[in-house]
Design a protein around this ligand. Structure first.
Ligand code: VAH
Length: 321
């Protein structure tokens, strides 16, 4: 991986990944792209290296951006997430599947490598819920999960049939202090940190006791780079690896934050749609395949993530209290 195009580069993962990749591979070797230039876009992403307007539903725009910048790898993050997907299933299918197909077709023609994030959403209520195995039943009940399973199968097909170097991971909920999450079921685990500092009270839309796998963004970014740099001959799996760093429910993250913000209070106002989605996902993942095949190991747990999140958010929110 030397010259990289990142689609969906202004989103929660992309806006941090682009800066990390530019530090590693050189600013001019990492092209950020998005369907539109958000006015809230991370200025550093827009100004520290090349940016292209790329709508992944338009193959020509993908071809032109990869040709102009002599790209050898596409990190394809443009996607609609779970909760928004249940409101707009047809839009999700178009972007998550036709967008992926276009990226894979360009990769086949131009011999690119491709990273595609799957998700714990690729599992459903009939999947073993605790320490969910790498290879197991995948019958998700959300359109987002269906698109993730279909995407995993399509990416493995492009590897087996056409030799496209496709690789992916099943991300858990991702927690970060830069860009906000964009319409997922795990978004509460980000907003709770902001409210702990801003209002000292959080109304949680996921029921107490609902365990979901989670990961701090620095670990997620390392995950992408390390998998894409891994020795291809050591990979028994490709799309996609179970990866996780921790599993917790709202009460656990609340208790950890309260150690630092004693006056912080939580209340519950459960969103039935998000709750139903959350309950269909695993309580915890077995990520031993990723650990064995390419050395995956997270650096952050709930305790150390909370310390770092609160510290960084205090700076960001100007709360230096
Ligand atoms: C979502 N944050 O909630 C995403 C993610 C595992 C969750 O895929 O849809």
């Amino acid at each position: 991986m030397k010259r990289i195009l990142v689609t969906g580069a202004l989103g929660q993962i992309g806006s941090e990944l682009v800066l990390k990749l530019r530090r590693i591979y050189g600013e001019n070797n990492v092209v950020a792209s998005s369907r539109s230039k958000k006015d809230t876009a991370n200025k550093e992403v827009m100004e520290s290296g090349p940016f292209e307007l790329v709508d992944v539903l338009n193959s020509q725009q993908i071809i032109e951006a990869t040709k102009k910048h002599n790209v050898d790898t596409v990190i394809h993050l443009a996607s609609i997430l779970s909760a928004v997907g249940e409101e707009k299933p047809h839009l999700l299918w178009d972007i998550n599947m036709n967008g992926l197909y276009n990226v894979l077709e360009v990769a086949r023609e131009k011999n690119h490598g491709v990273f595609i994030p799957s998700s714990i959403a690729a599992f459903g209520p009939s999947t073993p819920m605790d320490l969910t195995p790498q290879d197991t039943i995948q019958r998700p009940t959300t359109i987002y999960g269906v698109s993730k399973v279909a995407g995993e199968l399509l990416c493995d097909y492009y590897y087996e049939r056409f030799g496209v170097d496709t690789r992916g991971v099943r991300f858990p909920g991702l927690i970060s202090y830069e860009a906000l999450p964009g319409g997922g079921t795990t978004d509460y685990a980000v907003h709770i940190y902001y409210e702990a500092l801003k209002t000292k009270e959080f109304i949680c839309n996921i029921k107490e006791g609902t365990k979901m796998d989670m990961m701090y963004m620095p670990d997620a970014l390392d995950c992408i780079v390390n998998l894409m740099e891994a020795d291809s001959t050591k990979l028994k799996h490709r799309n996609a690896f179970n990866v996780t760093a921790m599993s917790f429910g709202p009460e656990d993250v609340y208790a950890e934050i309260k150690k630092h913000v004693p006056e912080f209070e939580i209340k519950y106002d459960v969103d039935p749609v998000k709750q139903k989605i959350a309950e269909s996902w695993p309580n915890s993942l077995d990520d031993s395949a990723a650990r064995e095949e390419w050395g995956w190991t997270p650096k952050y747990n709930l305790e150390t993530m909370t310390v770092d999140m609160l510290e960084k958010l205090k700076e960001k929110l100007g709360n230096n209290k």
